[in-house]
Design a protein around this ligand. Structure first.
Ligand SMILES: [Zn+2]
Length: 375
């Protein structure tokens, strides 16, 4: 197993992650078109992987389904204690089998703002250890594909899985080609949150950081919100299994995930409330930064981002057909697609509701001198 391959995604994309760290705070501008009320991050789904007849990865002394449930329950309790206004929904809170698509239904029906799936990994070698967080996309290495295959293969325990998942064969590499063509509008937010999780693991918990990666996870594909799949550690590594089963290990891992959610919510809410203030008072000098803001805004171009893709997309394909113009820009390894053009923030916010009808999670981006800036 090549350790360099395993960490290739994050290592080779440091530019992307630096820029995403900025965009992270933009999040999706979930403005209510009628009353301009700010929409806060209200609902988080905690999804402990596996359960019941599906044990997940099995170590020497423990099973993945037990470890991840324990950690998820602790995350829930920390959130309830410290962020009582946040609605926390568990896809399971006991040892039961929950099909992957039902986990997604729970998330979608609760209109959640963030989906956090918690897993533990296992490999044929005991050498590999550390924590990694995945977002939905096409795998960049065979190892990432293997993780997705392993996590997706639980669907074979479900009745009618072939019909339910439209013939998707979790063990066939060919099945994963669909993730290459997929447009993931939540990619930026998901990577932002995934980076926050890994930062906590690295800096607060001292875990070996295996980075933010991409792979085709069915459970993330079926949820319509920013989402990640966290692999907290490897059951195939004896030390790590012991750590994940220790009281200290569980407390640290759970508090890292809790802190990442708290930070994500804090920035999400802050940015949304700022944007609402601006749109509610167009042109009014309501703060001391205003002169500077009005000087610079003359050169800012605003657009509405509707898709991100690792593959270049055609301007006349899929959802793009519904817009008069689609404008592409590149950032790191990603092609990003926007529509609409305005020279003021107020003007672009007027265009936003119409675009939201087609792409609910579209968001405003601003460019200055050809570079994207926070609007
Ligand atoms: Zn798992």
């Amino acid at each position: 197993m090549d350790i360099f391959l395993l960490s290739s995604y994050i290592r080779h994309n440091s530019f992307l992650f630096a820029s995403v760290a900025v965009l992270f705070f933009v999040c999706s501008i979930s403005l209510n078109a009628q009353n301009q009320e700010p929409v806060k991050l209200n609902t988080v789904i905690l999804d402990p992987g596996h359960g019941g007849k599906d044990a997940g990865a099995v170590g020497r002394i423990s099973k993945e389904k037990e470890i991840v449930l324990d950690i998820a329950l602790r995350v829930r309790d920390y959130l309830k204690q410290h962020l009582p206004e946040l609605n926390v929904v568990m896809t399971r809170d006991k040892d039961v089998f929950v099909p992957l698509n039902e986990r997604a239904v729970i998330a979608n029906e609760n209109d959640a703002d963030l989906f956090v799936s918690i897993h533990a990994n296992s490999m044929s070698t005991s050498r590999i250890y550390g924590a990694e967080t995945f977002v939905l996309g096409l795998h960049r290495s065979e190892d990432n594909l293997e993780v997705a295959k392993k996590e997706n293969s639980v669907i074979v325990l479900e009745d009618d899985y072939k019909a339910k998942y439209e013939g998707f064969d979790p063990n066939s590499t060919e099945s994963y080609i669909i993730f290459e063509l997929m447009q993931n509008v939540y990619l930026d937010q998901s990577i932002g949150f995934a980076s926050a999780v890994q930062k906590q693991f690295r800096e607060r918990v001292g875990r070996h950081d295996r980075g933010v990666k991409q792979a085709g996870f069915l459970v993330l594909r079926e949820t319509s919100m920013p989402g990640v799949l966290v692999e907290v550690g490897f059951l195939s590594n004896r030390n790590e299994e012991r750590y994940m089963n220790s009281e200290d290990g569980k407390v640290y891992l759970a508090s890292a995930i809790f802190r990442a959610i708290r930070d994500y919510k804090e920035h999400f809410d802050k940015i949304n409330s700022k944007l609402v203030t601006r749109s509610t008072f167009p042109g009014i000098n309501s703060n001391t930064d205003n002169e500077q803001a009005s000087n610079s805004s003359s050169a800012v171009q605003y657009r509405i981002q509707i898709a991100s893709s690792q593959k270049q997309l055609e301007a006349n394909q899929g959802v793009f057909k519904q817009f008069d113009s689609v404008w592409e820009y590149q950032e790191g390894d990603y092609y990003k697609y926007t529509t609409g053009l305005a020279t003021s923030h107020e003007e672009i916010l007027e265009k936003l509701p119409k675009v939201k009808q087609v792409v609910p999670d579209c968001f405003v981006v601003g460019f200055k001198d050809g570079k994207r800036i926070i609007p």
